[in-house]
Design a protein around this ligand. Structure first.
Ligand code: SAH
Ligand code: SF4
Ligand code: F3S
Length: 450
């Protein structure tokens, strides 16, 4: 590779989960410290970071087409320096370097603190790959938080030891690690100083987080939430994603006791049939999952529930799929994600017999999504007539429109003054007027002042 001028602007394109979004922000902060600024929208960037996801489909192939578009002048007029980060980088780093000579560096999710050095090397004409996994070293090397949106993400836990048989995450993100309590309190305080009013605690298995508090006492997720709820100026807390195996009594109790902990729980079940759950290496049954939800609902009756589903896991019969629909009918999710099973290289399920044909998966997914959409609409419709707090996150498409989230994570929009009550970052009282499948139209409430 030829030496080149140091990049002046960057763009990070993040795919995949919220942890990738968090990582993308942190990579941006690292580059900014190096004097590289975000490329204004619509303008070419000198450095493009493709922050990739490996969870489903032909994610890797998408990267090669993205690289092609960047280098052949379709995505930008001038070809940028290209960095590939994220979970595909971790899984297929060497292959990417071999197949795509236009890529200057490949950096895994636990090594991106090395991005600045790697950019300097690339300027000198040296390509590099770093897919080491010292996760804690990464966090220690990241700059202080100085900027935040009203709704911020904070990664508290990384990696996964669960090894569901379909999933690549244990291989791309490594073993479960928890970031230290004091680092998290510190980062939360910085985020609030920088404008955050809501923080979502992130992890592949966020409920597996544990750490020692100021007194040396071991705390779980609930303990951390209780501490963060005391931070002045922080109004809302959420967490995602949790695993049914790690939900303890203290966390359930926290939902009933802590006002700042929002009434929303994302708890993936994946499937409703116990034979399939076992083959997936999920440690719960349909019944134990439903009982767990009952306990959460008893602690917080207005809890909105969300989940993830996979249809067409190898060997899944029609009757077994029907059990997934039964779970949906029983739970009545406020919102959920559903996917066709995608064989991931290197995972046990990829080589199992009886892979389900695509047409069958398509048909199952359609039926599942029809049921989930029905419930999501019903949940939103039941909100009509309520008044709730909305955290204003951004302006809408039309002048005078504002967008934010209800406590139940519904998107709410309303028309309000350009200046005054209801600016970005405000928590306002909104009357919920008309529900749609994906958002609710509201109006600033006259009855209660925010
Ligand atoms: N740690 C979380 C979520 C991880 S990935 C959990 O355990 O719940 C997010 C979702 O992607 C999963 O919940 C699952 O529904 C889906 N997923 C993961 N691997 C998949 C695969 N091979 N095919 C289809 N969907 C998959
Ligand atoms: Fe993947 Fe299972 Fe771990 Fe979730 S718990 S990240 S689905 S292996
Ligand atoms: Fe994707 Fe990696 Fe997240 S595979 S879902 S970006 S942990």
């Amino acid at each position: 590779m030829k030496p080149t001028n140091p990049p002046k602007t960057y763009r990070v394109k993040s795919f995949g989960c919220q942890m990738n979004v968090y990582d993308g922000e942190r990579m941006g902060e690292l580059l900014a410290e190096q004097g590289i600024t975000p490329a204004p929208e619509g303008e070419d960037a000198d450095l493009v970071v493709l922050n990739t996801c490996h969870i489903r489909e032909k994610a890797a192939e998408k990267i090669y087409s993205d690289i092609g578009r960047l280098t052949k002048g379709k995505a930008q007029k001038k070809a940028p320096m290209i960095a590939v980060a994220g979970c595909v980088a971790q899984a297929e780093g060497e292959e990417i370097m071999a197949r795509a000579p236009a890529v200057s560096m490949v950096v895994g999710p636990q090594a991106y603190h090395r991005l600045p050095e790697m950019v300097e090397d690339a300027v000198k004409g040296k390509r590099g790959t770093d897919t080491d996994m010292p996760a804690i070293a990464k966090f220690a090397a990241l700059p202080q938080r100085r900027k935040s949106a009203p709704a911020a993400f904070l990664t508290i836990q990384e990696g996964c030891d669960k090894f569901c048989t379909y999933c690549v995450v244990p291989y791309t993100r490594g073993a479960e690690i928890s970031r230290p309590y004091s680092d998290l309190v510190d980062e939360a305080l910085k985020l609030v100083d920088a404008g955050a009013r809501e923080i979502t605690l992130l992890g592949q298995n966020v409920s597996a987080w544990s750490g020692e508090d100021e007194t040396g006492t071991r705390q779980g997720l609930a303990g951390l939430i209780r501490r963060l709820a005391k931070v002045d100026g922080l109004e809302r807390l959420r967490y995602t994603t949790s695993h049914p195996a790690d939900m303890d009594d203290d966390l359930i109790a926290a939902h009933g006791e802590i006002d700042k902990l929002m009434p929303y729980l994302h708890l993936p079940v994946q499937a409703g049939n116990d034979r399939i759950l076992k083959a997936m290496n999920r440690s719960h049954t349909a019944e134990s999952y439903l009982r767990l939800l009952e306990r959460f609902r008893a602690a917080r009756p207005d809890l909105a529930l969300s989940g993830d589903f996979i249809v067409g896991f190898p060997g899944e019969t029609d009757a077994e799929f029907e059990d997934t629909l039964k779970i949906v009918d029983e739970v009545r999710y406020a919102q959920a994600y559903s996917f066709k099973y995608s064989p991931r290289p290197g995972t046990p399920a990829a080589t199992m017999d009886d892979q389900v044909p695509l047409e069958v998966m398509d048909e199952r997914l359609q039926r599942l999504q029809a049921a989930l959409n029905r419930d999501q609409m019903a949940f939103n419709a039941a909100s009509e007539g309520k008044t709730c707090q909305v955290l204003v996150e951004r302006k809408g498409k039309l002048p005078g429109q504002w967008l934010g989230k209800s406590p139940w994570l519904q998107s709410v929009w309303y028309e309000g003054p350009e200046n005054g009550r209801g600016a970005i970052g405000d928590l306002v009282q909104v009357d919920l007027i008309e529900a749609g499948p994906n958002s609710i139209r509201g109006a600033l409430s006259e009855t209660v002042s925010a």
